[in-house]
Design a binder for this molecule. Sequence first.
Ligand SMILES: CC(C)(COP(=O)(O)OP(=O)(O)OC[C@H]1O[C@@H](n2cnc3c(N)ncnc32)[C@H](O)[C@@H]1OP(=O)(O)O)[C@@H](O)C(=O)NCCC(=O)NCCS
Length: 196
Amino acid sequence: MPEHTPLFAAPERSSTAGFVLRRYMPGDGAALSEAVNASYEHLKTFMPWATPTQSIEVSERLVRDFSGRWLCGTDFVIGIWAPDEKRLLGGCGYHLREGPIELGNAEIGMWIRGDRARKGLGTEVLKALLRWGFSDWHWLRLAWRCSGANKASQRVAEKAGMAREGVLRSHSVDPDGTRRDTYCYAALRSEWITPA
Ligand SMILES: CC(C)(COP(=O)(O)OP(=O)(O)OC[C@H]1O[C@@H](n2cnc3c(N)ncnc32)[C@H](O)[C@@H]1OP(=O)(O)O)[C@@H](O)C(=O)NCCC(=O)NCCS
């Protein structure tokens, strides 16, 4: 971000009946470690960062790094918390992968913990991120990209109402080393917000 650009004050949290979306804070490392360790088998196919075990120390460093990037406006990594905020149900975020923050574009990423997957949570979280992103945030375009082999991810994007814009052929490599197509979805603020 250019030095003269005022720092962006990102909205910090959004609550629904089933979950809370909020940024990671120092001290969240234990909850992150517990959630990813309990979910390794579920995450390993499509999440290149997943490891069989992730210590509390490593997780704590990560959440502090997320927190720093949030404050500097360079990346917005968000925890999906149970309503009492004690248990981490997954992670998501608005990532600046399509250009600088001033452009108003972000790519949404997401993982759901293994014992909560396939119960509708991913779809509800994506809908909430689109609603929140086009209301309290300034995003004009929110994208979603996934491996052509990731049927759950494609289905979640479709169920949340995102448009499939295209397929990048043989564009990425899954963690098992297989080259895959990348499926590209997006939603635009202009089509999401109903004019008054
Ligand atoms: C992809 C992910 C976020 C989806 O969240 P979720 O809570 O499991 O999804 P939902 O329960 O809302 O399911 C949405 C749809 O996907 C389908 N689906 C879920 N898991 C599936 C699977 N493993 N294979 C095929 N379809 C699947 C569901 O059946 C549902 O479709 P339907 O209503 O037509 O039956 C989650 O499975 C996950 O964390 N995966 C590992 C990480 C990942 O791949 N993240 C996305 C990277 S782009």
